[in-house]
Design a protein around this ligand. Structure first.
Ligand SMILES: [Zn+2]
Length: 476
């Protein structure tokens, strides 16, 4: 669901559409971006997606697919047309409220803009239904970065962060527009589909195929899309208080990975105790792919891992990192990509606490090293709260050391209360850096905590570290 992001373009359109004498508003095109400070053209304006229903029929090895995306949305202005984000999808047919619509694609910054013109304009505050039928091939080189990960068995997995969900389906590809999802993944018999949420059904369809249905009841940003079809096997379990666990491992490596994925229940219980907040969804799982992907990604309710992590004796630190994201990033989602430290900072920080408790590495040593590196990174790539791009040290370890500084400043008890209030106050919503600072001030009742955090998050020099005067830093 959409957080309120005012965009200059949308405001200007509304001003034009609503003159002072209050004539009926003239429908106008929705903006081609939400005005993200880092990536202004990501997502689209003029509507709020409530539900995505994706039917996706995938042929392994050839990578051909045919699909239908059904979107229920609500207009946030009178719309003559609106955009969806796509990349290298061949559009066959679009209807809006059941009537054929016209469409055009144009190059975008990261993919393509699909502009849909309904037969009749859409009214502000009204819900509308869009159905896009399309096809494509998962090996087509996208305009932007890749979202498809190809496995040597002929299958695939989606790794869509930060804006690559549009290589699989037409979406409003910005984290501020979260929606519930259902999936109907069709594959030949003998292949195993997976998606975010719970498996709700499985049925035979013509052509020796099966369709697997999944439902995700909690809202999800498109970047956390986790669909796959592989030669893979489900491994089931139970987490604390009945959380359903369903993991996926390559079908010929169950014996190797079963003990690994079965560590998840203990990690979940540890994080719930550490955060003082229950796991935010009703299901979780770890998906380990055979190859084709080397990273780790917090796809909602189904984190994705390349196999290389599990060659390291400290692999559980990465598992805890992605699990932490289910709270920080997936349930509480940043309002804009400039706020991405709110995802990565806690994920690195709590994984460091885990690593210390496992005897891998002391938190203080890791934070000292991060502190030393962060000072130059602030100047080159921006401070944690105002990075010039995504994926840098500033929003990962740099943000974690800022949280460590907060803990040093206000003490463990107050720190825990701040983080708990953050997670419960913004559960399943969107929130910004300013919201985080306001939350910390409110919980501690201390305005100086706001000043402290602003220095840590926005300054181009490291502030001094409380409790470690020998670390250096600049008083400002
Ligand atoms: Zn992360």
């Amino acid at each position: 669901m959409r957080a309120a992001i005012a965009t200059a373009a949308a405001a200007a359109t509304l001003a034009l559409a609503a003159p002072a004498h209050a004539a009926p508003p003239v429908p106008a095109p929705g903006a081609d971006g939400v005005g993200d400070p880092l990536y202004p053209t990501l997502g689209n304006g003029g509507y709020d997606v409530r539900h995505y229903d994706l039917s996706f029929d995938f042929t392994p090895v050839t990578y051909d697919f045919g699909a239908t995306m059904r979107i229920r949305a609500r207009a946030t202005q009178d719309l003559s047309s609106f955009n969806l984000d796509v990349d290298s999808l061949a559009i066959d047919r679009i209807t809006v409220n059941g009537a054929p619509a016209t469409w055009a694609t144009a190059p975008g910054k990261t993919g393509q803009e699909l502009t849909v013109t309904p037969a009749r304009p859409l009214r502000d505050h009204h819900s509308f239904d869009v159905e896009v039928t399309y096809h494509g091939n998962g090996k087509t080189k996208p305009v932007g970065l890749p979202g498809w990960r190809h496995m040597s068995d002929g299958g695939f997995a989606s790794a869509a962060q930060a804006s690559r969900a549009d290589t699989f389906a037409p979406v409003n590809d910005h984290p501020s527009d979260k929606a519930t999802w259902t999936f109907h993944l069709t594959a030949p018999k003998g292949w195993t589909p997976a998606a975010n949420g719970n498996l709700t059904g499985r049925r035979k369809v013509p052509g020796a195929k099966e369709t697997w249905d999944f439902a995700l009841k909690s809202p999800m940003a498109p970047e956390l899309l986790g669909i796959s079809v592989n030669k893979q096997t489900y491994v089931y379990g139970r987490g604390p208080h009945g959380v359903r666990l369903r993991h996926l491992v390559p079908e010929d490596q169950v014996a190797k990975y079963r003990p690994v994925v079965e560590e998840t229940g203990g990690q979940l219980a540890w994080l719930e105790k550490t955060l003082g907040v229950r796991y935010p969804f009703d299901t979780y799982g770890v998906q380990i792919v055979r190859d084709g992907y080397g990273d780790a990604l917090e796809n909602q309710t189904l984190s994705l891992f390349g196999p290389g992590w599990f060659e390291s004796p400290t692999y559980s630190t990465t598992m805890v990192h992605e699990l932490t994201h289910q709270w920080f990033g997936d349930s509480v989602t940043p309002a804009t990509w400039q706020d991405a430290w709110l995802n990565e900072g806690p994920a690195v920080f709590y994984a460091a606490v885990w690593a210390e408790q496992q005897g891998f590495e002391p938190v203080e040593g890791k934070m000292k090293a991060a502190y030393d590196e962060l000072d130059a990174v602030r100047k080159a790539e921006g401070p944690p709260g105002k990075p010039t791009g995504l994926g840098g040290f500033n929003i990962y370890d740099g943000a974690a050391v800022s949280l460590y500084a907060l803990r040093q400043q206000i003490g463990q008890g107050e720190f825990d209360a701040v983080m708990k209030a953050w997670l419960t106050g913004h559960r399943h919503g969107n929130a910004s850096t300013v919201d985080f600072i306001d939350n910390a001030v409110r919980v501690t009742g201390d305005a100086s905590v706001g000043t402290f955090l602003r220095h840590w998050l926005f300054d181009l020099d490291n502030p001094p570290m409380p409790g470690h005067p020998d670390w250096g830093g600049v008083h400002s």
